[in-house]
Design a protein around this ligand. Structure first.
Ligand code: SF4
Ligand code: SF4
Length: 188
């Protein structure tokens, strides 16, 4: 039996949604010609996500804000930037996905895993960090902590300053009052 075709009523789209996304960093959004070159390069397509770069852009252009916020596809972007390399119109599809994430954060439309990752980023400097991996690392001759933000107190402090200046603290994802919000990186 043939699959039912979903018909969208574009007059129900949210007016001004594309303007919001452009203001959040996707300045070249309207230059997209839906050629799908970005989709051909996107790992999200191979992984079977319903929305991927080209479809995210299409949905933004017709104002499907609620549909995009209800779907977790935007959090599956691997930040590989292949789409940006191949786009013939310099739309920077990766940047569009990031702007869409900013919109989702403002609406608190984050999957639980993303919230946990942000908390972990604030606490230890890594979105994914196995605190009990230290012993195993030592056994194979590695330092207990990787030579990244996790073992660099200054870098972690600066990262927290940046995160405190974002919307994350007002949303309650990270501590609201760390005493760092009025500090610039140079003063630390
Ligand atoms: S973002 Fe660029 S590559 Fe992707 S569909 Fe639009 S014009 Fe084509
Ligand atoms: S940056 Fe994101 S949207 Fe672009 S190709 Fe990679 S996974 Fe897809």
């Amino acid at each position: 039996m043939a699959e039912a075709i979903e018909v969208l009523n574009i007059s129900e789209g949210e007016l001004g949604f594309s303007d919001e996304i452009m203001k959040l960093g996707a300045e070249e959004l309207l230059d997209c010609i839906q050629c799908a070159k970005c989709a051909a390069a996107c790992p999200m397509v191979l992984a079977g996500f319903e929305f991927f770069n080209k479809r995210i852009i299409q949905s933004i252009l017709i104002g499907q804000k609620e549909i995009l916020l209800d779907d977790s596809s935007i959090w599956a972007c691997q930040a590989c930037n292949r789409c940006t390399e191949v786009c013939p119109r310099k739309v920077e599809p990766f940047g569009v996905v990031m702007a869409m994430r900013r919109s989702a954060i403002r609406e608190f439309a984050l999957p639980t895993l993303a919230v946990e990752g942000l908390k972990s980023l604030y606490d230890v400097g890594h979105a994914v960090y196995f605190s009990n991996a230290g012993e195993i690392r030592k056994k194979i001759g590695l330092p207990e902590k990787p030579p990244t933000t996790a073992s660099n107190a200054q870098a972690l402090k600066e990262l927290r300053i940046l995160m405190n200046k974002s919307a994350l603290s007002s949303l309650g994802i990270i501590p609201m009052d760390s005493g760092l919000s009025d500090v610039t990186c140079c003063e630390v």
